[in-house]
Unconditional design. Structure first.
Length: 240
């Protein structure tokens, strides 16, 4: 009902410019009758409005990506998977507590393993509360011991309730210096990087995790399929 109200409101607003009240009523009556005869008209109109909104959001996001290109392509603080000199860069904003981010972990592993020309930048953004903050700090601290991937997979594939004790146990199981990890988790470098990632996510309009940015050409929100990511990577490579 909300969608039809919006549609009629839009038609009425357009009809207000230059039509008499009788003419406006005739226009609305015609539309109502058309919808009775073919309800798919409304679905098509709603889909078109939604597509326009998504296109506008995509354009705004890509404009922000272009304006902040250095923070995507020249990063020395985020974790870079694959080929650091790859011709196409994929940036993923993700939260370690996000179930959809966990779902795409094996997809990312395959993309990086199968494409020797791919540069994959991981930007951790803790947006799901205190436990996300805790785990995001642990991830970036693990990266300082060159153990990001080992720790990430052990952490995000573990089903135990989040806690500092759990982080210590996982860190120990993958061979980390637990004492150093705890110190680095509280350090200014980790805090600064998380704040930078959150600010950048806000600028480009990230409203959920995961969100993928492919070659400054495409933004894909949500747990994208492997096929969709490969297609976007191929398109970005072709556009160079």
């Amino acid at each position: 009902m909300l969608a039809s109200t919006s549609l009629f409101g839009s038609l009425s607003a357009r009809a207000d410019s230059g039509f008499t009240p009788t003419q406006r009523k005739e226009i609305v009556d015609i539309v109502r009758e058309a919808l009775k005869q073919d309800p798919s008209i409304l679905a098509d109109a709603v889909a078109a409005m939604r597509a326009q909104g998504e296109a506008a959001q995509q354009a705004a996001s890509l404009k922000a990506v272009h304006e902040n290109a250095g923070k995507f392509t020249a990063t020395t603080t985020d974790v870079v998977l694959g080929n650091p000199q790859g011709s196409v860069t994929v940036v993923e904003f993700y939260d370690p507590r996000c179930p959809y981010c966990r779902k795409v972990l094996p997809v990312i592993d395959r993309l990086v393993a199968e494409d020797p020309d791919l540069r994959f930048v991981e930007k951790v953004i803790p947006v799901l509360g205190p436990n996300s903050q805790l785990e995001a700090r642990a991830l970036l601290a693990a990266a300082r011991q060159n153990a990001y991937l080992r720790f990430q997979h052990a952490l995000m594939l573990d089903s135990q309730p989040p806690s500092m004790d759990r982080i210590r146990s996982i860190a120990k199981s993958v061979g980390l210096d637990v004492s150093r990890l705890e110190t680095d988790m509280k350090g200014p470098d980790v805090t600064s990087l998380l704040n930078e990632n959150l600010e950048l996510a806000r600028k480009v309009g990230v409203d959920g995790t995961p969100t993928f940015i492919i070659g400054e050409k495409t933004v894909i929100p949500g747990a994208a399929s492997e096929a969709d990511l490969k297609a976007a990577i191929a398109a970005a490579r072709k556009a160079k």
